[in-house]
Design a protein around this ligand. Structure first.
Ligand code: PMV
Length: 306
Protein backbone atom coordinates (compact mmCIF):
# COMPACT_ATOMS: atom_id res chain seq x y z
CA UNK A 1 0.00 0.00 0.00
CA UNK A 2 1.11 3.58 -0.62
CA UNK A 3 2.43 5.26 2.55
CA UNK A 4 0.22 7.69 4.41
CA UNK A 5 1.51 11.26 4.22
CA UNK A 6 1.03 14.49 6.16
CA UNK A 7 2.17 18.00 5.19
CA UNK A 8 3.30 20.83 7.48
CA UNK A 9 3.82 24.25 5.87
CA UNK A 10 6.69 26.59 6.74
CA UNK A 11 5.75 30.03 8.05
CA UNK A 12 6.81 33.64 8.14
CA UNK A 13 5.74 36.24 10.65
CA UNK A 14 4.75 39.43 8.82
CA UNK A 15 4.09 41.43 11.99
CA UNK A 16 4.29 40.89 15.73
CA UNK A 17 6.99 38.32 16.60
CA UNK A 18 8.15 38.37 20.22
CA UNK A 19 5.30 40.55 21.51
CA UNK A 20 3.08 37.57 20.55
CA UNK A 21 4.78 35.69 23.41
CA UNK A 22 3.28 38.31 25.79
CA UNK A 23 -0.26 37.99 24.46
CA UNK A 24 -0.31 40.62 21.71
CA UNK A 25 -1.55 39.80 18.17
CA UNK A 26 0.73 38.69 15.35
CA UNK A 27 0.11 38.37 11.61
CA UNK A 28 1.69 35.24 10.13
CA UNK A 29 1.46 33.44 6.81
CA UNK A 30 2.09 29.91 5.56
CA UNK A 31 4.69 29.27 2.87
CA UNK A 32 4.00 26.88 0.02
CA UNK A 33 7.17 25.01 1.03
CA UNK A 34 7.15 22.70 4.01
CA UNK A 35 7.83 19.27 5.44
CA UNK A 36 6.19 16.01 4.38
CA UNK A 37 5.97 13.07 6.79
CA UNK A 38 5.38 9.58 5.36
CA UNK A 39 4.27 6.60 7.43
CA UNK A 40 4.58 2.87 6.74
CA UNK A 41 3.47 -0.03 8.95
CA UNK A 42 5.84 -1.03 11.77
CA UNK A 43 5.73 -2.90 15.10
CA UNK A 44 5.56 0.31 17.18
CA UNK A 45 5.72 4.08 16.61
CA UNK A 46 9.14 4.98 15.27
CA UNK A 47 10.83 8.01 13.67
CA UNK A 48 13.30 7.26 10.86
CA UNK A 49 15.82 10.10 10.59
CA UNK A 50 18.22 10.52 7.71
CA UNK A 51 21.02 13.11 7.66
CA UNK A 52 21.56 16.08 8.32
CA UNK A 53 20.58 15.67 11.97
CA UNK A 54 23.26 15.31 14.64
CA UNK A 55 22.92 13.11 17.74
CA UNK A 56 21.38 15.74 20.01
CA UNK A 57 18.87 16.76 17.33
CA UNK A 58 17.93 13.12 16.74
CA UNK A 59 17.35 12.53 20.44
CA UNK A 60 15.18 15.64 20.72
CA UNK A 61 13.17 14.88 17.58
CA UNK A 62 12.60 11.29 18.70
CA UNK A 63 11.46 12.38 22.16
CA UNK A 64 9.04 14.93 20.66
CA UNK A 65 7.77 12.39 18.12
CA UNK A 66 7.09 9.73 20.75
CA UNK A 67 5.16 12.26 22.84
CA UNK A 68 2.99 13.08 19.82
CA UNK A 69 2.54 9.37 19.02
CA UNK A 70 1.41 8.78 22.58
CA UNK A 71 -1.21 11.55 22.29
CA UNK A 72 -2.51 9.82 19.14
CA UNK A 73 -2.81 6.39 20.81
CA UNK A 74 0.56 5.04 19.58
CA UNK A 75 -0.29 3.94 16.03
CA UNK A 76 2.14 1.25 14.78
CA UNK A 77 3.97 3.21 12.07
CA UNK A 78 7.46 4.20 11.07
CA UNK A 79 7.55 7.87 10.01
CA UNK A 80 10.16 9.49 7.78
CA UNK A 81 10.54 13.18 6.94
CA UNK A 82 11.29 15.15 3.82
CA UNK A 83 11.87 18.92 3.99
CA UNK A 84 11.81 21.62 1.32
CA UNK A 85 12.59 24.28 3.94
CA UNK A 86 16.06 25.59 4.59
CA UNK A 87 16.72 24.34 8.13
CA UNK A 88 17.02 26.73 11.07
CA UNK A 89 16.36 29.82 8.98
CA UNK A 90 13.57 30.92 11.28
CA UNK A 91 11.00 29.67 8.85
CA UNK A 92 9.23 27.39 11.25
CA UNK A 93 10.96 24.20 10.17
CA UNK A 94 10.41 22.73 13.65
CA UNK A 95 6.72 23.66 13.56
CA UNK A 96 6.43 22.22 10.05
CA UNK A 97 7.98 18.95 11.29
CA UNK A 98 5.57 18.95 14.23
CA UNK A 99 2.52 19.56 12.04
CA UNK A 100 3.59 16.99 9.42
CA UNK A 101 4.12 14.34 12.14
CA UNK A 102 0.86 15.25 13.91
CA UNK A 103 -1.08 14.91 10.66
CA UNK A 104 0.36 11.56 9.65
CA UNK A 105 0.04 10.11 13.19
CA UNK A 106 -3.61 11.19 13.46
CA UNK A 107 -4.27 9.67 10.02
CA UNK A 108 -2.52 6.41 10.97
CA UNK A 109 -4.56 6.25 14.18
CA UNK A 110 -7.77 6.75 12.20
CA UNK A 111 -8.52 9.97 14.12
CA UNK A 112 -9.92 13.28 12.92
CA UNK A 113 -7.26 15.56 11.48
CA UNK A 114 -8.88 18.99 11.51
CA UNK A 115 -6.58 22.00 12.00
CA UNK A 116 -7.56 22.04 15.69
CA UNK A 117 -6.55 18.41 16.40
CA UNK A 118 -3.39 18.77 14.33
CA UNK A 119 -2.41 21.96 16.20
CA UNK A 120 -2.97 20.30 19.58
CA UNK A 121 -0.65 17.36 18.84
CA UNK A 122 1.90 19.63 17.11
CA UNK A 123 1.99 21.93 20.16
CA UNK A 124 3.12 19.00 22.33
CA UNK A 125 6.07 18.51 19.96
CA UNK A 126 6.85 22.23 19.79
CA UNK A 127 6.99 22.34 23.59
CA UNK A 128 9.78 19.75 23.48
CA UNK A 129 11.68 21.89 20.94
CA UNK A 130 11.08 25.36 22.35
CA UNK A 131 9.88 25.20 25.94
CA UNK A 132 7.06 27.75 25.94
CA UNK A 133 6.38 28.80 22.36
CA UNK A 134 3.61 31.32 21.71
CA UNK A 135 2.04 28.82 19.34
CA UNK A 136 2.00 31.13 16.32
CA UNK A 137 4.39 28.88 14.33
CA UNK A 138 2.54 25.59 14.50
CA UNK A 139 -0.90 27.24 14.30
CA UNK A 140 0.06 28.99 11.03
CA UNK A 141 1.49 25.73 9.72
CA UNK A 142 -1.62 23.73 10.70
CA UNK A 143 -4.11 26.29 9.29
CA UNK A 144 -2.05 26.82 6.13
CA UNK A 145 -3.21 30.37 5.56
CA UNK A 146 -2.60 33.97 6.58
CA UNK A 147 -3.75 34.35 10.19
CA UNK A 148 -4.00 36.92 12.96
CA UNK A 149 -2.94 35.00 16.07
CA UNK A 150 -3.23 35.80 19.75
CA UNK A 151 -2.03 33.74 22.68
CA UNK A 152 -4.71 33.02 25.29
CA UNK A 153 -4.22 34.52 28.78
CA UNK A 154 -3.67 31.04 30.31
CA UNK A 155 -0.89 30.64 27.69
CA UNK A 156 -1.92 27.03 26.99
CA UNK A 157 -2.75 27.81 23.39
CA UNK A 158 -3.98 30.62 21.20
CA UNK A 159 -6.82 31.70 18.97
CA UNK A 160 -6.49 32.57 15.33
CA UNK A 161 -8.61 33.96 12.54
CA UNK A 162 -7.94 33.68 8.83
CA UNK A 163 -7.09 36.97 7.09
CA UNK A 164 -8.26 37.07 3.48
CA UNK A 165 -6.26 39.09 0.98
CA UNK A 166 -7.96 40.34 -2.19
CA UNK A 167 -4.48 40.82 -3.72
CA UNK A 168 -1.58 38.40 -4.03
CA UNK A 169 0.79 38.87 -1.10
CA UNK A 170 4.30 38.27 -2.38
CA UNK A 171 7.39 38.23 -0.22
CA UNK A 172 11.11 37.75 -0.51
CA UNK A 173 12.87 36.01 2.37
CA UNK A 174 16.63 36.53 2.69
CA UNK A 175 19.20 35.27 5.18
CA UNK A 176 21.68 37.58 6.86
CA UNK A 177 24.45 36.98 9.38
CA UNK A 178 24.55 34.06 11.79
CA UNK A 179 21.17 33.00 13.07
CA UNK A 180 20.63 33.28 16.85
CA UNK A 181 18.77 30.48 18.64
CA UNK A 182 15.16 31.53 19.29
CA UNK A 183 15.51 30.47 22.93
CA UNK A 184 18.37 32.95 23.37
CA UNK A 185 16.63 36.04 21.94
CA UNK A 186 13.35 35.20 23.71
CA UNK A 187 15.21 34.67 26.99
CA UNK A 188 17.25 37.88 26.80
CA UNK A 189 14.13 39.90 26.04
CA UNK A 190 12.35 38.26 28.97
CA UNK A 191 15.10 39.51 31.30
CA UNK A 192 14.93 43.08 29.98
CA UNK A 193 11.16 43.24 30.21
CA UNK A 194 11.21 41.81 33.74
CA UNK A 195 13.57 44.63 34.77
CA UNK A 196 11.71 47.44 33.04
CA UNK A 197 8.18 46.07 32.60
CA UNK A 198 6.31 49.31 31.87
CA UNK A 199 8.64 50.46 29.08
CA UNK A 200 8.57 47.07 27.38
CA UNK A 201 4.81 46.68 27.78
CA UNK A 202 4.32 49.99 25.94
CA UNK A 203 6.44 48.72 23.04
CA UNK A 204 4.70 45.31 22.94
CA UNK A 205 1.32 47.02 22.95
CA UNK A 206 2.34 49.25 20.02
CA UNK A 207 3.60 46.22 18.03
CA UNK A 208 0.20 44.59 18.65
CA UNK A 209 -1.61 47.67 17.33
CA UNK A 210 0.60 47.70 14.22
CA UNK A 211 -0.10 43.97 13.65
CA UNK A 212 -3.87 44.52 13.89
CA UNK A 213 -3.64 47.52 11.52
CA UNK A 214 -1.55 45.38 9.16
CA UNK A 215 -4.25 42.70 9.04
CA UNK A 216 -6.84 45.38 8.19
CA UNK A 217 -4.56 46.75 5.46
CA UNK A 218 -4.30 43.23 3.96
CA UNK A 219 -8.09 42.81 3.94
CA UNK A 220 -8.49 46.22 2.27
CA UNK A 221 -5.86 45.34 -0.36
CA UNK A 222 -3.72 48.27 0.80
CA UNK A 223 -0.27 46.81 0.36
CA UNK A 224 1.51 50.14 0.88
CA UNK A 225 -0.12 50.44 4.29
CA UNK A 226 0.98 46.89 5.11
CA UNK A 227 4.52 47.73 3.99
CA UNK A 228 4.55 50.80 6.21
CA UNK A 229 3.34 48.70 9.17
CA UNK A 230 6.26 46.32 8.52
CA UNK A 231 8.76 49.20 8.50
CA UNK A 232 7.39 50.59 11.75
CA UNK A 233 7.45 47.08 13.27
CA UNK A 234 11.15 46.82 12.33
CA UNK A 235 11.83 50.07 14.23
CA UNK A 236 10.01 48.69 17.26
CA UNK A 237 11.92 45.38 17.04
CA UNK A 238 15.14 47.39 17.05
CA UNK A 239 13.87 49.31 20.09
CA UNK A 240 13.21 45.95 21.78
CA UNK A 241 16.85 45.03 21.19
CA UNK A 242 16.17 42.31 18.62
CA UNK A 243 17.97 43.70 15.57
CA UNK A 244 21.65 43.82 14.63
CA UNK A 245 23.91 45.24 11.87
CA UNK A 246 23.52 42.25 9.47
CA UNK A 247 19.73 42.30 9.82
CA UNK A 248 19.52 46.10 9.46
CA UNK A 249 21.78 46.02 6.42
CA UNK A 250 19.56 43.42 4.71
CA UNK A 251 16.42 45.39 5.61
CA UNK A 252 17.85 48.48 3.88
CA UNK A 253 18.99 46.39 0.92
CA UNK A 254 15.47 45.02 0.38
CA UNK A 255 13.99 48.52 0.65
CA UNK A 256 16.50 49.81 -1.92
CA UNK A 257 15.40 46.96 -4.21
CA UNK A 258 11.82 48.25 -4.08
CA UNK A 259 10.28 46.50 -1.07
CA UNK A 260 7.06 48.18 0.10
CA UNK A 261 8.21 47.20 3.59
CA UNK A 262 11.01 45.11 5.08
CA UNK A 263 11.82 43.74 8.53
CA UNK A 264 13.41 40.87 10.35
CA UNK A 265 11.10 37.88 10.71
CA UNK A 266 11.07 35.37 13.57
CA UNK A 267 13.56 35.43 16.37
CA UNK A 268 15.99 38.17 15.21
CA UNK A 269 19.24 38.63 17.13
CA UNK A 270 22.70 38.44 15.53
CA UNK A 271 21.24 37.27 12.24
CA UNK A 272 18.53 35.22 10.63
CA UNK A 273 15.72 35.83 8.21
CA UNK A 274 14.59 39.16 6.78
CA UNK A 275 11.33 39.53 4.87
CA UNK A 276 10.41 42.07 2.22
CA UNK A 277 6.95 42.72 0.76
CA UNK A 278 7.13 43.22 -3.01
CA UNK A 279 4.71 43.71 -5.86
CA UNK A 280 7.20 41.70 -7.94
CA UNK A 281 9.83 39.94 -5.83
CA UNK A 282 11.50 37.93 -8.63
CA UNK A 283 13.88 40.60 -10.05
CA UNK A 284 15.05 41.50 -6.52
CA UNK A 285 15.59 37.81 -5.68
CA UNK A 286 17.58 37.28 -8.90
CA UNK A 287 19.82 40.22 -8.06
CA UNK A 288 20.42 39.04 -4.47
CA UNK A 289 21.14 35.46 -5.56
CA UNK A 290 23.70 36.84 -8.01
CA UNK A 291 25.32 38.66 -5.09
CA UNK A 292 25.50 35.40 -3.11
CA UNK A 293 22.59 36.07 -0.73
CA UNK A 294 20.54 33.02 0.29
CA UNK A 295 16.96 33.94 -0.50
CA UNK A 296 13.70 32.78 -2.03
CA UNK A 297 10.28 34.17 -2.88
CA UNK A 298 6.83 32.97 -1.88
CA UNK A 299 3.21 33.99 -2.21
CA UNK A 300 1.53 34.05 1.19
CA UNK A 301 -2.11 34.79 0.38
CA UNK A 302 -4.55 36.06 -2.19
CA UNK A 303 -5.42 34.79 -5.65
CA UNK A 304 -2.58 32.71 -7.12
CA UNK A 305 -0.78 34.16 -10.13
CA UNK A 306 -1.42 32.06 -13.25
O1 PMV B 1 12.44 31.29 15.60
P1 PMV B 1 11.18 31.47 14.83
O2 PMV B 1 11.38 32.06 13.52
O3 PMV B 1 10.33 30.27 14.83
O4 PMV B 1 10.35 32.63 15.55
C1 PMV B 1 9.83 32.51 16.81
C2 PMV B 1 8.78 33.58 17.03
C3 PMV B 1 8.87 34.22 18.39
O5 PMV B 1 7.78 35.14 18.46
C4 PMV B 1 10.16 34.97 18.55
C5 PMV B 1 8.75 33.19 19.51
C6 PMV B 1 7.37 32.59 19.71
O6 PMV B 1 7.28 31.60 20.47
O7 PMV B 1 6.40 33.09 19.14
Amino acid sequence: AAPLTGFGAGKVILLGEHSVVYGYPALAGALSRGVTASAVKARKPQLALADPFNRAQRALLTKAFLRAADLCGNPSVKVSLESELPLSMGLGSSAAVSVACARVLLKAAGKKESAREVAQVALAMEQEFHGTPSGVDHTTSAMQELILYKRLPDQSSGKARGVKSPRPLQVLVALAGERSPTKKTVGALRERQARWPERYRRLFREVGVVATEGAKAVEAGELEALGDAMNVNQGLLAALGLSSPPLEEMVYRLRALGALGAKLTGAGGDGGAVIGLFLEPEPAAAKLLQQGVRCFTSQLAGPRAL
